[in-house]
Design a protein around this ligand. Structure first.
Ligand code: CUA
Length: 313
């Protein structure tokens, strides 16, 4: 997993145009800073008070200076605005209302991810797979409060606003993993609302997508069968969907292929059997404010559940 994520490593044309604008504005501001600091330093040295020198003549107003620095400033701002608008156009879809390739819904505090394909919908959470080199139209929605979707190496930030879908391009020119975040404070576990984007070649992506549309693996071991029964008989099933045993619209993350994901709790933990048990024991201890409560499961119930979840590849 790439640990350092920054707009200074752009991996898409959209992120590249944001990077160019940033560098350009930093350079421009650097020149202005150097000019102002240089003139102030020059004035401090050249016109400093010397022993025995008389009071200097006061100097009031200079029409030409006023005109030139006001118009100079306006010109600089107009140029900055021109390149900013150009970058906005280059980094955002211009046609609204097109059919999205994937829908991402911000929840407190995780991301629901849906790929509406002609052959049925693939649903997952927190980890987005995309085919490398292909620009996907992402529609962003919010289920509760305002969130903000941001994968710095792949493009711009965009707000997820309840009742107002937004669209951006999601596009990676290199294979690899890209880290993203929620960039709008949205409550106690805002910091644990990470996004993983995995850009892979087309055949791997197609394989992944068709796998996501499949129903969950049927448990074979006794422990996993008991785990499935616990999942169905306890409250788990009210919020989570596992395609096959349960369907419908979940309010919590889809668990059909839980074990194929690398992290738990939207990036809070690595997805291991041990961490899954910790999570089931007390989610709030790992992710403050998590809407999934501790159900007071016994050690053997947790063992059975983790055995079942482990098989959900
Ligand atoms: Cu969602 Cu911050």
């Amino acid at each position: 997993m790439s640990q350092i994520t920054s707009i200074f490593h752009p991996s898409s044309p959209e992120a590249q145009s944001i990077y160019n604008l940033t560098i350009w504005i930093i350079a421009l501001c650097g020149c202005i800073f150097a000019l102002v600091a240089g003139l102030v330093t020059f004035a401090c040295i050249r016109f400093r008070a010397r022993a025995g020198s008389p009071e200097p003549e006061p100097n009031y107003g200079n029409t030409w200076l006023e005109i030139s620095w006001t118009s100079g400033l306006l010109l600089i701002l107009a140029v900055v605005m021109f390149f900013t608008v150009k970058t906005m156009i280059e980094s955002s879809p211009s046609d609204f209302g097109l059919k999205p390739d994937l829908i991402v819904v911000g929840h407190q505090w995780w991301w629901e991810i849906r790929y509406p394909t002609d052959a049925g919908e693939a649903i997952t959470a927190n980890e987005i797979h995309i085919p490398v080199g292909q620009r996907l139209l992402l529609e962003l929605r919010a289920a509760d409060v305002i969130h903000d979707f941001w994968v710095p190496e792949l493009g711009r930030k965009i707000d997820a606003i309840p009742g107002h879908p937004n669209q951006i391009w999601l596009h990676a020119e290199n294979e690899g993993e890209f880290q993203g975040f929620c960039a709008e404070f949205c409550g106690a576990s805002h910091a644990w609302m990470k996004i993983r984007v995995i850009a892979e070649n087309h055949s791997e992506f197609d394989r992944w997508l068709s796998h996501m549309k499949e129903s969950a693996q049927i448990p074979t071991s006794e422990a996993a069968k008991r785990g499935l029964a616990i999942f169905q008989n306890k409250t788990c099933v009210n919020c989570h969907r596992i395609s096959g045993p349960t369907n419908g619209d979940p309010i919590g993350p889809d668990l059909t292929h839980l074990s194929s994901r690398e992290t738990l709790g939207a990036g809070a933990l690595q997805n291991t059997k041990f961490n899954l048990a910790r999570w089931l024991e007390n989610p709030d201890a790992i992710k403050p404010g998590a809407h999934m409560p501790s159900f007071g499961l016994t050690k053997s119930e947790i063992d059975d559940l983790t055995s079942y979840f482990e098989g959900l590849l």
